[in-house]
Ligand binder design. Structure first.
Ligand SMILES: NC(=O)c1ccc[n+]([C@@H]2O[C@H](COP(=O)([O-])OP(=O)(O)OC[C@H]3O[C@@H](n4cnc5c(N)ncnc54)[C@H](O)[C@@H]3O)[C@@H](O)[C@H]2O)c1
Length: 250
């Protein structure tokens, strides 16, 4: 029987690369993304690999949407093996003293509460199926060190690491492994937005200044780490915080 993988924010970018890589690894897929997101390209890619792709719409920061997605996955697939909590937003770039209060709340709701809800409701479903499971959370290199211009983002990504470590210990004897990946700036719409604000060359120089390899990561390079962590090859790995960052933390 195929493993079933749910990827939040799977419509594009790193999430789409993860969905494709997991489908390539033999999983059937469920994508959860905003109702406004275009999922046609990713559903086409998954079907080209001979795998199913179920599309769920909603907002990761709403518990009722998680409950609906998990009910839909239960009806469609009747099992759930992997959850990748990938959906996230960067929020504004501003000095701490200018950072808008409501933006801080929104970034925390999507990047932190969204991951909490995914772990809470996803693990409940996995425990009920009784097959164990894997949860992989997408943090960031901004979750490993302070970034004063993006305080909401950096704070939320540090919180993802706390959620990962706590959940890993909580489920360690229950067959559910919980790990996190910390990418350095990666070539997706999230950094393309910054390139449009600052100019492509300036943004690339700033964003890769702390990356010894001197380039953006590619989404498939992040996805490869997720596939490993979610696979039986990582059967003794839980609570790991894996940088995929061209040497940034070296
Ligand atoms: N691109 C980078 O440089 C980089 C670096 C480190 C970490 N990350 C993290 O990787 C993850 C994916 O980033 P990306 O670069 O692919 O971004 P992206 O903006 O290209 O894609 C994000 C996806 O998440 C979806 N999404 C956003 N808010 C949502 C919500 N509330 N509910 C459901 N879906 C929602 C979007 O619609 C989109 O499909 C994020 O958590 C991001 O913080 C990205």
């Amino acid at each position: 029987m195929s493993r079933i993988a749910l990827i939040t924010g799977g419509a594009r970018g790193i999430g789409a690369a993860i969905a494709t890589a997991l489908a390539h690894d033999g999983c059937d897929i469920a994508i959860a993304d905003l109702p406004t997101s275009d999922t046609s390209a990713i559903t086409h890619s998954i079907s080209q690999l001979g795998r199913q792709c179920l599309v769920c719409t909603g907002d990761v920061s709403r518990a009722s949407d998680w409950q609906q997605w998990l009910a839909t996955i239960d009806q469609h697939y009747g099992r759930l093996d992997i959850i990748v909590n990938n959906a996230g937003i960067s929020g504004p770039i501003a000095a701490i003293t200018d950072y808008p209060d409501e933006a801080f709340d929104q970034v925390m709701a999507i990047n932190c509460t969204g991951v909490f809800l995914g772990i809470k409701y996803g693990a409940k479903a996995m425990l009920a199926y009784g097959n164990g499971g894997n949860i992989v959370n997408i943090s960031s290199n901004a979750g490993l060190g302070g970034s004063p211009q993006i305080i909401g983002y950096s704070t939320s990504k540090h919180a993802v690491i706390g959620l990962t470590k706590s959940a890993a210990k909580g489920f360690a004897t229950q067959g559910i492994r919980v790990n996190a990946v910390c990418p350095a700036p990666t070539d997706t719409e999230m950094v393309h937005q910054l390139e449009r604000l600052a100019g492509a060359d300036i943004a690339r120089q700033r964003l890769t200044a702390g990356t010894p390899m001197g380039r953006y990561g590619q989404p498939h390079e992040i996805a490869a780490a997720v596939v490993f962590l979610a696979s039986p090859a990582a059967s003794f790995v839980t609570g790991a915080i894996l940088p995929v960052d061209g040497g940034s933390v070296a």
